[in-house]
Design a protein around this ligand. Structure first.
Ligand SMILES: Cc1ncc(COP(=O)(O)O)c(C=O)c1O
Length: 387
């Protein structure tokens, strides 16, 4: 959908968040599915594009609606994601915020302390929901960094267990990629070390894998290999897979069983969830291939822009979908305006921004790399009719 995406600008990834340039763009009827965007995790579908895909999905012969988020298309999606993640079962939740909440709440059992990254969504962007709604104590580690180390986790576990009142850590929750660190990933070997230690301690593990399906391209480890390290895994349905909202939480059958009661308790049992995710499965099958192709295209765009002498691009350490672009002699606002005329939508950032964070997503495959590069820099050559 043509959502108001919020971007964390700059290395500090502060709350300085602004609307993308197409926040108000309307796709003309004959101009559907044409835009390339560099501000979102997915296609940033316009309402018309969304309803066109929805219409197609519900015409499938076996399409069946859910009722209170149970049965029909929702049950089918849960089964598909569970298999894809290598887990026994999965449950649909209306948001990732709720998925994280329900996961850590149930995993914690009687040990109510949770180790989290200080930069995680769970710690920063859920309004203390875990503390207020679930009586958990979040222990934020490694501020300013994507990941914490095993030593840091051990130190806090020892501190927790050695207090006057013993209070044990029940859950290790890890987000990867980390949105507030420009989507940097937590190295796979670090995940192995952390979750291996946690298991020895009887600490259960949750993965906020909102953008999990981008990891294989950058870590060389599969989605299933990542998921296998954790008791529960959450994946967003609206970021890479273009739903209107929604999340999958996957785990053991015993863990997922009955969780729909808690979903409803939290006001998350949507009477009809299917319009949010009816066509999501069509994007799941070849997502990883498409994302890999999107990066090939992005690399070509970067090479062309750098060859022009007017741009420099920087990739990040342990980076996934984000790269940073510096333009000489043009403000980010003017650049965004220019690119938009050529159907390429950039994030709208303050003029003083020197490096523009750009997101690589599958919308890049809608135009040739040459046409995308020309949209940034018309001096690359005249407009081609293919634009
Ligand atoms: C890493 C991460 N976790 C969780 C969430 C929450 O997802 P939702 O917006 O579906 O509640 C987000 C959303 O922006 C996110 O980036």
């Amino acid at each position: 959908m043509d959502r108001r995406h919020f971007l964390a600008a700059g290395a500090a990834a502060t709350a300085s968040t602004l609307l993308p340039s197409n926040a108000t763009a309307k796709a003309a009827p004959d101009n559907l599915f044409q835009h390339v965007n560099f501000f979102s995790d997915g296609l940033a579908l316009t309402p018309r594009e969304y309803t066109a895909l929805l219409d197609k999905a519900v015409q499938a012969q076996n399409f069946a609606p859910d009722y209170y988020s149970r049965g029909g298309a929702i049950e089918a999606l849960e089964a598909k994601f569970a298999a894809r993640l290598g887990k026994e079962a999965a449950i649909f939740l209306p948001t990732g915020t709720l998925a994280n909440q329900l996961a850590v709440r149930k995993l914690a059992g009687n040990d109510r302390r949770v180790l989290v990254q200080a930069e995680s969504h769970l710690y920063n962007d859920s309004g203390d929901a875990a503390q207020v709604l679930s009586g958990l104590t979040l222990l934020p580690l490694a501020p300013g960094r994507a990941a914490f180390t095993l030593d840091e986790a051990k130190e806090w576990a020892a501190r927790s267990a050695g207090g006057r009142v013993e209070s044990r850590i029940g859950v290790l929750s890890i987000e990867s990629p980390v949105r507030r660190r420009q989507h940097a990933f937590v190295p796979f070997e670090e995940l192995v070390r952390l979750t291996g230690w946690a298991r020895e301690q009887g600490i259960r593990c949750h993965l906020d894998g909102a953008r999990l399906f981008n990891l294989p391209q950058h870590t060389g480890r599969s989605v299933k290999e990542h998921a296998a390290l954790f008791d529960t895994v959450y994946v967003s349905l609206w970021k890479h897979f273009n739903g209107a909202s929604g999340a999958i939480l996957a785990g053991d059958a015993g863990f997922i069983e009955g969780l729909y009661h808690v979903r409803r308790q939290f006001g998350g049992g949507l009477p009809y969830a299917w319009p949010l995710v009816a066509f999501v499965d069509s994007f799941l099958d070849d997502y990883e291939t498409q994302y890999a192709r999107a990066w090939q295209a992005a690399d070509q765009v970067i090479a062309t822009l750098e060859a022009s002498g007017h741009f420099t691009a920087r990739k990040l350490e342990n980076g996934t979908s984000t790269f940073l672009l510096k333009a000489t002699g043009i403000t980010s606002a003017v650049l965004a305006e220019r690119a938009e005329k050529h159907g390429v939508l950039l994030p709208r950032l303050p003029d003083e921004t020197t490096e523009i964070p750009l997101q690589v997503n599958t919308s890049l495959l809608r135009k040739s790399p040459e046409a995308v590069a020309r949209a940034f820099d018309p001096r690359q050559g005249g407009r081609s009719p293919a634009e």
